[in-house]
Unconditional design. Structure first.
Length: 338
């Protein structure tokens, strides 16, 4: 992405909410580039500041400090009418769908077009195209109450695409959906990104969503950026405590076993099906305890991770780590994770 121009640039952005008796720093010194055409993830635990960040991106919240540049324009320099026009280039998808209950699926998609001054016939033609795109052509006359959560979110995605935006901002867009429906919505977003070239920014607290759809991710922790990078890199070699917490969420369950040396082994799509651990045990004639195991699908490629407790003998443990690394695996000791 380095050879592309950022469509969104955040420079030293901070946001402080001031009350009568106190102030809360929601964001502090955020600097971030999001490139045109990518699917970019913003992840953090509840209260980390990620939803405030997305509202600063479209200037629904005005930053206390710093700069937001969208498609070459500094949003702080725009008039209200100019800002409104820029927001038409940023579609927004919400956790609770936010559909108008008194309007049909077709009517919901037409709504932003009506506000933008489209003629009724043109708006309806555009809405029907979008219903086809999201697989809801047969639900044009259905009201939200007649649709499932996944169907409502598909209508909301179609509505967000109505004004031909350059960016889709998805704020916890799958949090209200079950896992199967979530996969369908994420597949749809990937297809939209591929077919239309729209930049998608995914805000979530779920690492599985990031792994499924995003190419790059930034981790927000207590209002600051903890780490930014390719999803694959952060999964295999997390540097920050916040990243490790997200990548390795089961750490608290094995806390009582962390007295001995333990290591985390990451398998890529080429190595994950080889019996490396079993072969190592047979070769060294020492057993290991498997404390945690998981597999991930990161941007269409299979990855896995295993945490093992090594033998007490230092020389054996050292040689096992060397053996695993000789097989081209990412191996790191994880004593400091908890």
């Amino acid at each position: 992405m380095k050879n592309k121009e950022p469509i969104i640039r955040l420079l030293n952005l901070s946001k402080t909410f001031r009350g009568a008796d106190n102030e809360v720093k929601a964001l502090e010194d955020i600097t971030l580039d999001i490139y045109a055409g990518e699917i970019f993830g913003i992840i953090g635990m509840s209260g980390a500041g990620k939803s405030t960040l997305v509202r600063c991106i479209n200037f629904l919240e005005k930053p206390t400090k710093g700069t937001v540049i969208f498609d070459g324009q500094d949003l702080s320099t725009l008039t209200r009418s100019e800002l409104y026009k820029v927001r038409q280039s940023m579609g927004m998808i919400f956790q609770q769908f936010n559909l108008l209950m008194q309007r049909t699926a077709l009517g919901n998609i037409c709504f932003p077009l009506e506000i933008a001054g489209w003629k009724k016939t043109e708006a309806e033609a555009r809405a029907k195209e979008l219903l086809e795109l999201v697989g809801m052509a047969d639900k044009a006359d259905a009201y939200p109450a007649q649709l499932s959560g996944g169907q409502q979110q598909r209508v909301a995605i179609a509505r967000a695409l109505a004004t031909n935006p350059k960016v889709l901002l998805c704020d916890e867009a799958t949090s209200a959906l079950d896992p199967s429906t979530t996969r369908g919505v994420l597949t749809l977003l990937k297809d939209i990104n591929k077919r239309l070239g729209i930049t998608i920014v995914v805000i979530t607290h779920e690492m599985s969503v990031i792994e499924e759809i995003c190419q790059r991710v930034t981790i927000i922790d207590n209002g600051r950026i903890a780490e930014t990078g390719n999803v694959e890199e952060i999964f295999t070699k997390p540097k920050s405590v916040a990243a490790r917490r997200l990548v390795f969420p089961e750490d608290k369950k094995i806390e009582q076993l962390m007295g001995s040396r333990c290591c985390r082994i990451v398998f890529d799509g080429n190595s994950s099906f080889e019996p490396i651990i079993a072969t190592m045990v047979l070769e060294f004639r020492h057993t290991v305890n498997i404390l945690f195991a998981d597999t991930k699908n990161i941007d269409g490629q299979a990855f896995g991770q295993i945490v093992i407790q090594l033998p007490e003998a230092k020389s054996v443990a050292d040689r096992m780590i060397g053996y695993l690394r000789s097989k081209g695996l990412t191996v790191e000791e994880v004593d400091g994770y908890v």
